[in-house]
Structure formats: structure tokens, C-alpha cells
Design a protein around this ligand. Sequence first.
Ligand SMILES: Cc1cc2nc3c(=O)[nH]c(=O)nc-3n(C[C@H](O)[C@H](O)[C@H](O)COP(=O)(O)O)c2cc1C
Ligand code: SF4
Length: 428
Amino acid sequence: MIHILLRDLEIPDIWQFDTYTANGGYDGLKKAVHDLSPAETIQIVMDSNLRGRGGAGFSTGRKWSFIPKDAETTYVVVNADESEPGTFKDRQLLEKNPHQVIEGAMLAAYAIQAAAVYVYCRGEFWDLAHALEDRIEEARQANLVGDDILGTGWDCDVHVHLGAGAYICGEESALLNSLQGLLGQPRVRPPFPAQMGGGLYYQPTVVNNVETLANVPWIIVNGADAYKKIGTPESPGTKIFCVSGHVAKPGNYEIPLGLTFRELIYDHAGGILNGKRLKAILPSGASGPVLKATDEVLDAPLTYESVAALGSTLGSASFILMDEDTDMVWAAAKMIHFFKDESCGKCTPCREGTYWLDKIYARLLRGEGTAHDLEMLEKVPNQIAGVTLCALGDFAVNPVLATLEHFRDEYEQYIHQPEFGPEPAQAL
Ligand SMILES: Cc1cc2nc3c(=O)[nH]c(=O)nc-3n(C[C@H](O)[C@H](O)[C@H](O)COP(=O)(O)O)c2cc1C
Ligand code: SF4
């Protein structure tokens, strides 16, 4: 199995500067600054069809190409907020293979001729952030970061910033506000971050996820065609799946995109805990629609396009498995409670809508739900989805609509058999 990202599985000390460089580390950056123009660097990444691993799956090269050529000051921001429930891949990359993330960020910075790189880490990553500063200093001492990089006259430093632990600060425009010392709430767009007025300090900015950037050194060294040979044409490369929930071997699995759900769950992650039957899959954490674990789903390839065709999203691949004993109304209630807590409150449909949904679920779980509540669960999402300032509003309705679609009988049970429901300790 090829590991482009989780190379620590083969080279345990790759977090150390000397080990990283002895295994080809920083060769991509050296190649770019000596042999490639910024435009050529962008073109290689565009040709590779690398898609963003932070959630939306947008073309990384295209995103870089949106930076205006005449911009005087540009920035690269590394999104290390890793806030999606069930996602824990960026942490492993930053802990175990940090120089590859730094090199990827420097390649992005070279491509857009950035003045600086900021790594925005979630607040809980404070120990990791301090260690990352040490790794950056090693790169600085080797003239790979800082002033006059590799004697080319290009200056670009890397700074680490700690957030305060809010889900919404993973959303790129809220992240930029937080980085600027403002309230961590999304911005009205356009302008988008890559445009003048939309980025960090209102300068054109590329925001990329940690895992996205960690792919770039390999692509620059080996070329776009070699990268496209892994995975599928629309979803090339490998992807780290963070597998958790009722699974025998939870953990991060880096596999080529295009393997099936069944291969990931049963061949790699050891199947379902205690030999139970798999009931449902959240392929992208709380933010994407839950899928019923049918044969059609299990035999489908794990690619951006095929998961979308199944009615869900690949997102950041926070892959949460639920066994036959899972109460899906309770699971939806937990997710709604999360979104209600994490709504930043800037726009009314999300702020009020998640609050109403949370109240309805609490009523259902107490055994006090009515048929009217079920009607409301169908109506309220229409007042939220598509009319909010950021995607959190759209994410928030997914647990409701998808569980109603696939597991409606469980809602009916809550209404017609009030004694049905979770143990008191599980209730909200
Ligand atoms: C509510 C919300 C939370 C998000 N959280 C994260 C996150 O924790 N990490 C991340 O990389 N992207 C997150 N995103 C996506 C970012 O807004 C952005 O699309 C991403 O960082 C772009 O990087 P990429 O193109 O490399 O994927 C989130 C989006 C939303 C709407
Ligand atoms: S959708 Fe929710 S999280 Fe996003 S800006 Fe509006 S209130 Fe804030």
C-alpha cells in the first residue's frame, strides 16, 4: 500500500529534519525554486487534479491560479483547525510528518509568491503547535524558510497561530477573521479569500487544508502524471480516512481513492466491533448525510463523485460507523445538539433553526414527541438550507433529513411508543 502522506508508518522518525531530508524531504521545494517558475508550479498541481482535503474537494491548482497576478502582498494559510467530529488525520500529519506539511505550504507560498505562511491550529493542539514551531525553526536554519530562501532572494516566513477551539473557525473566512484577532465568524462573500479584499488582512490568500498541502511535495517531485496513476481520474491520489465508531480497528487509513467502502471497512479497518452488523455510515462526520449500509453503498467506490451520487459527501473523510444497535434518532439528536452549540449566531436561520431542532429532538428523546414534531422536522430544514451565510447551516440539516429518509420507522417508534428510547444516561 502506497503511503504518500502517512510515511511515518514506514519511516518512524520522519518527523526529524535529518530523517526527512535523508528520505527526499525538501527536494520538491528545491526543485520548484531552482527549476520551476511560480506559474509552472501552479500548472503541475493543476494538472495533477489534486482536490482539497478540507471538505469541499475543490481543485487545489485552480484555487492557487485565482490569486491575482498583480497582487502586491499574498498569503498562504494552512487550515489545521481539524474541527469536524471524527477527524484526526491532520493531527497525525503534523505530529508524525510535520516537515512534509511545512514543505507543502512553502510550495504553495512559492507558487503564489506569498509574503508569509500562517498555520492556524485548533486550540487543543497547543502541544503540537509548540513542536511545530521547533520544526519550522529547523527549516529556517537550513535556509528553507525565512529570508533569501536557498539563495533565490525570495523571503517567506512561517508562523503558527492557535485558535480558541470553535468548530466554525475551521470555515475559511471565520478562520481568517480569528487569525486577524476578530470574532471568529464567517465573512460575507464575495470577495472570496483568493480575491483582493477577501483574504488575510484583506489581501489575496490561499487557504488549504493540512492534508492537501502534504500531497504537494510528492506531486512536484514525481509529476502530475504519476499522481494521476493513483486513484481515479476524477479523484486522483490517496486519501486518509479517519475511521471511528463501532469498528474493530479505529484509526487513520491512507488508501488510494477508488477502493470500495467494503474494502476500507472490512479489509483495512477489521470490520464491525464484536462481529455486529453494520447499520449506517457517516462518510464525512456530522456534516454530511448518513448512508444506510446497503450492498449498493458497500460496493461503491470511495471517490468524491461516487459518494455524492449516493447522496452524501466525502468531505474530510471522517468515517464514522454505526452498528445495528445504534438508535438513529438519538444519533441525529447528538449531531443537532453539536451544530446548535457551534452555530456562530451571525445569521438567523442557522441560529434559530438549530435551536428549534435541538428542542424538538430533546422532546422526542424524553418521550414527549408528537406527529406535529415530525412535521416540523421536515419543514424547519427548508428554512435553513441554502439561505445561510456559510455551509454550517447546510451541514446542520443533514442529520435530520438523512435519518428521516433512511430510518423514519425509528422516529415513528418514538412518537407511538413513548417508552422507547435511549437509556437516561444517553439522553441529551
Ligand atoms: C463549518 C465548517 C467547518 C470547517 N472546518 C474545516 C476544518 O476543520 N479543516 C479544514 O481544512 N477545512 C474546514 N472547512 C473547509 C474550509 O472552509 C476550506 O474549504 C478548506 O480549508 C479549504 O482547503 P482545501 O481546499 O485544501 O480543502 C470547514 C468548512 C465549514 C463550512
Ligand atoms: S450559517 Fe450558522 S455558523 Fe454559518 S455564519 Fe450563519 S450562524 Fe454562523
